[in-house]
Design a protein around this ligand. Structure first.
Ligand code: IVH
Length: 670
């Protein structure tokens, strides 16, 4: 049995270590939520057993002792911290206590965002910045004047009527854009990245070389006053904030007065909703009694004032055990590693699954099964595993292996060179990819099955009636007529459309079966090169690479597709059910394509397709698309807002097509 004294000692030990890493090394070992939990546990023990409180308990001080690298600065007035509330009830309790102590039934507040940065104190004498210090342990901080001077938002001289001497308190922070950019550079240099913007800001501020601080886009928000001499103070905090603003100090635009505690809670909800869109991090809101005289009455406890409280947002990061990693197959066949976690409360909900994105990310983060990992859930974003706490790694962890076979259909999984994503190659048979594959198969430029809409495919797949494209050709009119939104007439039309689609072309079929990276143009090129399906199935890599438009990646995808026995069965079934195409005389040159020898120039924007699609379709018909108009140009296709190419076509007497003209040509040609 662990006694309360032993537990308190263990907690103190852990908290000391984490506080040192957090405040001095700017490199926290655990998420804030974990720290808060340990802290609260110690606090609770100390409340129950006051005799266990030691003078060096982390509950007895505000931060960490100053680092020796900087000169110590003794704060004239201690720099306090804030008590935290994690629930509405705790906020209401705070309010009730403040009402009782002040004797005021109605308390007005100012609600401010709680900036997630680090506290500084700025001292101005006769309006001139003479000293900037970190909070340190609340009594003594570090002299960071040279570094703070490099922050453009910090006025070196106050505007207007400045007091003889004033100490202003605020938060130095790093905007998210600056943080991401900074980490991007560190990563490119192979250096260690920062875990969050606050640590990055702390690291930047505590640089020994101010020139480095100057390169970091730090900002400041001012929210309080320290010691002041030679100035008549306003009577409210709101007026004080206005005063700071008029001195030229940045004050948050998000600050708002609140008539009562309910208005405070409303503002909390509003800021929480805005949180994900803000260009900087906030970790809660701060409620401050507005009346400065009442603040005097309320006073303070050891660590924090009684007139203010921080209402924290649910922590976006927490740590938990990674129990296993499973792979999910998406609609395009992409395999996503999903972390199975010991349930953890994060971002306001209990999370037991989180994404790990892809194998590269797993390796980059060095995440292993069995690790204690940090899970992040920000706003409505899907929870993700952000890092492993490698220092706490147990001995029995093991590496995550990408499965060689698709967990859904058993087809081979490949990861093309240079791609982060691994994919299942069973496009025609994999149930995870079924709907997408069928939608593509029936589309106009593939098998062109008129009337086979997305909703219908959804029903057919949902009921299990259609599992592969071949099953489409076994659908009967009676069966179709029984489906939702299907009359006798449309059912018979659909059966006729399926029947018509059986007489197809090789290029269309190759495109329809959805081999990765094989678009229309490539499908046509493959059809031209091999003339029939079997030679394509049998083609080795060298033969594939000899085809125009086919590089090593496409060749690999084609090979893998035809190596899957299941894909071959579907192709066989299609033929058995009557799908057919004329074979192509491969001795003949592509000159036989309908638009062979014709040169097109595209200008302006088209309504029904992008310029790129138009280009692909023209090429698929054997036409050539060039960038500039000459006498050799056969057609200029002019969409909306055409450029000078249209004038040139008219000057040279080149035939001009509008969008309808192009469509007619493509349809006629196809
Ligand atoms: S007032 C005596 N206002 O949060 C009250 N603090 O967890 C002094 N902070 O030490 C603090 N935004 O570093 C105040 N609008 C805000 C704040 C804020 C962030 C920080 C500050 C403080 C810590 C307490």
């Amino acid at each position: 049995m662990t006694t309360a004294a032993q537990r308190a000692a263990a907690l103190r030990e852990q908290l000391h270590e984490h506080a040192y890493r957090y405040y001095v090394l700017d490199d926290p070992g655990i998420p804030d939520a974990d720290y808060d939990q340990l802290y609260r546990e110690l606090e609770a023990i100390e409340v129950e057993h006051p005799e266990l409180v030691t003078p060096d308990s982390p509950t007895q001080r505000v931060g960490a002792p100053p680092d020796s690298a900087f000169e110590p600065v003794r704060h004239r007035l201690p720099m306090l911290s804030l008590s935290n509330a994690f629930s509405e009830q705790e906020v209401r309790d705070f309010h009730r206590r403040a009402q009782q102590r002040s004797g005021e039934a109605e308390l007005r507040y100012v609600v401010e965002p709680k900036m997630d940065g680090l506290a500084v104190s700025l001292t101005y004498e006769q309006g001139v910045l003479i000293k900037a210090a970190t909070r340190g342990d609340g009594r003594t901080g570090e002299d960071v004047t040279a570094n703070v001077r490099t922050i453009h938002q910090v006025p070196l001289r106050l505007s207007g009527d400045a007091p003889a001497r004033v100490e202003i308190r605020g938060e130095i922070y790093l905007p998210l854009a600056g943080f991401r950019e900074m980490n991007r550079r560190l990563e490119a240099d192979g250096a260690k990245t920062f875990v969050n913007p606050r640590n990055a800001a702390a690291g930047a501020l505590r640089q020994l070389d101010p020139a480095i601080t100057a390169q970091r886009p730090l900002g400041i928000v001012c929210y309080a006053l320290g010691d002041i001499e030679g100035f008549r103070l306003p009577t409210t905090h709101s007026a004080l904030l206005e005063q700071l603003r008029s001195w030229g100090l940045p004050v948050s635009e998000l600050n708002q007065p609140a008539e009562d505690i309910d208005a405070c809670l409303d503002r909390y909800a509003a800021l929480q909703a805005m949180r994900a869109e803000l260009p900087f991090e906030i970790d809660g809101v701060v409620y401050k009694v507005d009346d400065l005289a009442l603040r005097e009455t309320l006073g303070q406890v050891a660590r924090a004032p009684r007139w203010a409280i921080a209402h924290k947002f649910p922590a976006e990061e927490a740590s938990t055990r990674l129990l296993d990693v499973e792979f999910q197959v998406g609609r395009t066949g992409a395999l996503t590693p999903v972390a199975r976690l010991a349930p953890v409360f994060v971002g306001g909900v209990t999370v037991s699954n989180a994404t790990l994105h892809n194998m590269d990310e797993i390796e980059r983060k060095d995440v292993r099964i069995g690790d204690q990992v940090v899970v992040r859930r920000a706003g409505d974003v899907i929870p993700e595993v952000v890092r492993a706490l490698t220092e706490q790694r147990p001995a029995d962890v093991h590496r995550v292996q990408q499965p060689p076979q698709c967990p859904v259909c058993g087809s081979d999984v490949i990861r093309a060179e240079g791609e982060a994503i691994a994919r299942c190659t069973g496009g025609l048979v994999c149930s995870a990819q079924r709907e997408g594959a069928l939608r593509h198969f029936v589309s106009r430029r593939a098998m062109d099955v008129d009337g086979m809409g997305d909703k219908l495919i959804e029903q057919l797949v949902g009921s299990g009636r259609v599992q592969s494209p071949a099953d489409l050709y076994t659908l009967t009119q009676a069966e179709l007529a029984g489906l939702e939104r299907m009359g006798e007439k449309s059912a018979s039309n659909l059966v006729a459309a399926l029947e018509r689609s059986k007489h197809t072309e090789l290029g269309r079929l190759i495109y329809a079966i959805g081999i990765r990276e094989v678009g229309e143009v490539t499908a046509q090129a493959l059809a031209q090169a091999f003339g029939d399906l079997q030679p394509l199935i049998d083609a080795d890599e060298a033969a594939l690479l000899a085809v125009p438009d086919v590089g090593p990646i496409v060749a690999q995808h084609v090979r893998l597709f035809f190596e899957q026995a299941q894909n071959l069965s579907v192709l066989q079934a299609l033929q058995d059910l009557g799908v057919n195409w004329p074979s192509i005389d491969i001795a003949a040159k592509p000159a036989e394509l309908p638009l062979s020898g014709k040169t097109f120039v595209l200008t302006g924007s088209l309504d029904t397709m992008t310029r790129d699609e138009a280009k692909q379709r023209i090429q698929a018909m054997g036409g050539k698309v060039t960038g500039s108009v000459s006498k050799k140009t056969d057609y200029v296709v002019a969409g909306a807002d055409p450029g000078s190419k249209l004038d040139k076509a008219q000057t040279l007497g080149v035939e001009v097509l509008d969008e309808a003209g192009l469509a007619a040509l493509l349809d006629g040609a196809g």
